[in-house]
Ligand binder design. Structure first.
Ligand code: ZN
Ligand code: ZN
Length: 891
């Protein structure tokens, strides 16, 4: 491809969308199945259709795209399969809100009409999130994009359900479940979020049966549930109440006689030690009810209003009823007191409504038989976690796992594939979308279960349902099992664990061998981002301002596996500056291209030099070796999932070594008048840049591709260029170059300390012992980079006398003397130093006296004493330095 001049400035706005469309249209994201090669596969965690792109998506996309681009460059057929999740509960909620603007309700519309509205909504918005993902540069195969409600995936859901059902691993039963009265559905334990809330603890007296003035007092945070009580319980070892066990109390308002029972689960320290028992609305009470064969009374309707079992309170909302009942108890003289009380209250993860435990008939997965093989897979190493500590979290949850409630009383989602026969009463699960005849009696009078499945039931099938399972497709055979599951640690249980369980159960294989978990992205102060705090960073705004590359690089280099990270705006700006720095470096290289080489020849030539470096300058040898070392390190770090460190090393090399040193030295070599040396320099500049761009491509895909397209190259695109292999290291060159760089740094620091204007050249004497010849051969580098006047630079083997009135620097065995006359006004500096020596002296005296004071040392906090000691040490060191400097100025 031809090269052309690069614009002066890099403008991500004109580059990113153009390159993305070009990559996508060129088919680079779509792998070619090649049975001689091992593929690399990631299933993208499908974002919710209802979602807007947030930083969680951005970090997920950056990490996965990095792995995908790396493996693609290794030459593996690489599949990153994208898609969207139908998110039953969230989507239904959003559409209900949207039709409310037209004065419509879900129930008013009816199931079919409402579902049409949801599908309309899906058609309009489903691709928004996919479009937003494109802005991040995600190189996923959009030709294989899937939606969890696609027909193929719906079939997979029915197949999985029926298999589990036929094995007896799915059952229907009446149990206490978490109920959201707003969403009017059951929720799994994971979908309930507990938050500490300030509420009240109500103490209520229940009269004892057959007495006029005896009571037992119970305490509760939900007085309205009194209406559903079927017992009072005390701890049998609690002497205060033991005598009452076996008697009966009269339930206030309801006038029902309920037994007083003894149960060891009652905490004598809570309230009065006597508790009311409501098996229909509390998990602990439900268990007590089971143990004591108590009746279970459900007092709640689906929407959180009270039903006929609540007697005079029927029809009222539960919170209205609470207030009214408390008033009534008060007027009856049964309310003893109300104490403030703080406790954890469960909320619906989707709509934040307070969740009510409620007895209801639901579908469950008997989970232990699925969990056991999933535990074994992580124990025996078929699945590993990065970072490893999450294996422990996984085992803890999986070993205590409870059956999974999978039915939801929603309309949007995968309908439970179970039919009830109205003729014979049989219940049949079927993989057919519509069951037309009862398998038992042949009747066509059937009705389908009205509920839908928990969205995570279909998400759990994602790694294989997207590849065509249950059919035996070529994709499934070639791309499954996938390789890495990369996601946020907060969906380890929701999703990762369920994919492992369902993957092993349905396919007999683990769905992936590695689980990489990343942390949350927090704001610059480390706070969680939330709309209410107003600290949410919108990735699309950042991309618009600084580019997707800058956002990605800041996220990647700020992250370590499994840990939350802070996103500082300065980090994104730094990453953008890095892209600009690279652009400018490339412009320099482009302005100094080798004339007569083709890229392959340059590569060949540079590899020959790496093996036989005799003709090269030290700087040439050094930069080749450093970049080979970088290739090895970056490759190793990516393989070990240490992406942040890999990015930091790339940054340090490109900015700190290639740009700041090699390009500066190259300027001398190009202008030295030695044509052969200049030609070598041009070749090395290009070669190192090309190979380093390849390493950086998975981190910053756009700027690297754009630069690469301007450079002479073979092959169509950097995105499919080969990952470089590390060549020979030149330890000797690195060892020799190190001290020269240190000398330059030391001289630069000294210049800064003495505030020498940048344009002014100074004099220097270097004492280099046996290395004098070596240093002499690099005198030009030293002079140029440290701004020394070449005529006033002398490099000696040894000195008879140390130079007077010179600043002495000791660097890796070399001594450097900078005559002070060139740096400062000696008289003024001497006076300034004298003043400073005496003020530091006074401080030392003060500090020393304080520390000799036994009273201070014994009474002051240890850290204060330590601080004073450290301060004294610092002051002493400072005094030595100042005195040295002053002595150097004395005649
Ligand atoms: Zn809800
Ligand atoms: Zn039948």
């Amino acid at each position: 491809m031809e090269t052309h001049e690069m614009p002066k400035n890099y403008d991500h706005r004109t580059v990113e969308e153009r390159l993305y469309a070009w990559w996508e249209n060129s088919g680079y994201f779509t792998p070619k199945i090649d049975h001689d090669k091992k593929p690399f596969v990631i299933s993208m965690p499908p974002p919710n259709v209802t979602g807007e792109l947030h930083l969680g998506h951005a970090i997920t996309a950056a990490l996965q795209d990095l792995m995908i681009r790396y493996h693609r460059m290794l030459g593996q057929p690489t599949l990153w399969l994208p898609g969207e999740d139908h998110a039953s509960i969230a989507a239904q909620y959003v559409v209900e809100k949207s039709i409310a603007n037209e004065g419509l309700t879900r129930v008013g519309l009816g199931r079919d009409k409402f579902l049409e509205r949801v599908w309309d909504w899906m058609r309009r918005y489903r691709h928004v999130i996919a479009q937003q993902h494109r802005r991040l540069g995600t190189s996923c195969d959009w030709t294989r994009e899937r939606f969890t409600m696609d027909e193929g995936l719906a079939r997979a859901v029915r197949e999985a359900f029926v298999r589990l059902y036929n094995k007896g691993l799915i059952y229907r039963g009446t149990y206490l479940v978490n109920w959201c009265p707003r969403c009017t559905t059951a929720l799994s334990d994971l979908e309930v979020e507990h938050e500490d809330e300030q509420s009240s603890l109500f103490y209520v007296r229940y009269p004892l049966e057959g007495t006029e003035d005896e009571y037992i007092t119970v305490a509760t945070t939900r007085p309205e549930t009194i209406l559903g009580d079927t017992a009072v319980a005390v701890n049998p070892d609690d002497q205060r109440h033991a005598a009452l066990v076996g008697r009966k109390a009269i339930l206030p308002v309801m006038h029902r006689a309920i037994p007083i029972i003894g149960d060891a689960s009652v905490d004598p320290a809570f309230g009065t030690g006597a508790v009311k028992v409501t098996p229909g609305h509390d998990p602990t009470d439900y268990e007590i009810g089971q143990r004591h064969h108590l009746p279970t009374v459900n007092i709640l309707n689906d929407d959180g209003t009270l039903n006929d079992n609540a007697g005079p309170y029927a029809g009222l909302d539960r919170l209205v009823a609470r207030k009214k009942l408390v008033d009534e108890l008060q007027s009856l003289g049964l309310l003893v007191k109300i104490d403030p009380y703080s406790h954890a209250v469960g909320h619906c993860q989707r709509c934040r409504t307070i969740v009510e435990p409620r007895i209801s008939t639901q579908w469950f997965v008997k989970i232990q038989p699925l969990a056991d093989p999933a535990i074994a897979a992580a124990r025996d190493g078929r699945i590993r976690f990065v970072p490893e500590r999450f294996a422990k979290t996984y085992f803890n949850w999986m070993e205590g796992i409870r059956d999974w409630c999978i039915s939801r009383q929603l309309w949007w989602g995968h309908r439970i594939p179970v039919w009830y026969c109205d003729n014979c009463g049989a219940m049949s699960a079927s993989t057919q979308e519509v069951l037309s005849a009862c398998p038992k009696c042949g009747s066509s009078r059937l009705h389908q279960d009205p509920d839908v499945l928990d969205t995570w039931f279909s998400s759990g099938l994602w790694p294989f349902s997207t590849l065509g399972w249950p059919d035996d497709t070529e994709d499934l055979r070639y791309f499954y099992p996938t390789d890495v599951m990369e996601t946020a640690y907060d969906i380890l249980f929701f999703w990762v664990a369920r994919m492992i369980m369902q993957g092993i159960e349905m396919t007999g294989q683990v769905p992936f061998h590695t689980v990489y978990l990343h942390g949350l992205v927090r704001d610059e102060k480390g706070q969680k981002m939330s709309k209410s705090k107003g600290n949410v960073v919108d990735p699309l705004v950042v991309i618009e301002q600084h580019g997707a590359d800058a956002l990605r690089f800041a996220l990647l280099t700020g992250s370590t596996p499994g840990n939350d990270m802070k996103l500082q705006p300065s980090k994104v700006e730094g990453a953008r500056n890095f892209a600009n720095k690279l652009w400018n470096a490339a412009r320099f290289v482009l302005a100094n291209l080798p004339e007569s080489y083709a890229p392959a020849e340059i590569e060949h030539q540079c590899q020959l030099w790496e093996a036989q470096p005799e003709s090269l300058s030290l700087a040439d040898r050094w930069v080749l070796s450093r970049h080979n070392r970088l290739i090895g390190e970056v490759t190793r770090l990516i393989e070990q999932f240490q992406f942040g460190e890999a990015g930091r090393q790339l940054y340090d090399f490109l900015w700190g070594e290639y740009c700041d040193w090699y390009i500066e030295i190259a300027k001398s070599q190009l202008n030295s008048g030695d044509e052969a040396a200049a030609a070598r320099t041009r070749a090395i500049l290009l070669y190192v840049l090309d190979r380093t761009l390849r390493l950086l491509h998975p981190f910053m895909p756009f700027v690297t591709e754009e630069i690469w397209q301007h450079l002479p190259h073979e092959g169509d695109a950097l995105i499919i260029a080969a990952w470089p292999l590390a060549g020979a290291l030149d330890d000797e060159a690195e060892a020799e170059m190190g001290p020269i760089m240190e000398m330059v740094r030391a001289i630069r620091n000294a210049r800064a300390e003495y505030e020498v204007e940048p344009s002014r050249t100074i004099a220097a004497i270097v004492v280099a012992g046996g290395k004098a010849e070596l240093v002499r051969s690099h005198a030009d580098i030293l002079a140029r980079l440290a701004r020394i006047d070449p005529a006033q630079l002398s490099i000696e083997t040894a000195l008879q006398l140390k130079p007077r009135q010179a600043l002495a620097l000791v660097v890796s065995g070399y001594e450097v003397y900078l005559p002070l006359a060139g740096l400062v006004d000696i008289d003024r500096e001497r006076a300034r130093l004298k003043g400073e020596v005496s003020s530091v002296g006074r401080e030392i005296e003060r500090c020393g006296k304080l520390l000799e004071n036994a009273g201070f040392v014994s009474k002051a906090p240890a850290e204060v004493v330590d601080k004073e000691r450290a301060k004294l040490e610092d002051l002493k060191l400072r005094l030595v330095k100042l005195t040295d400097r002053l002595n150097a100025l004395q005649e």
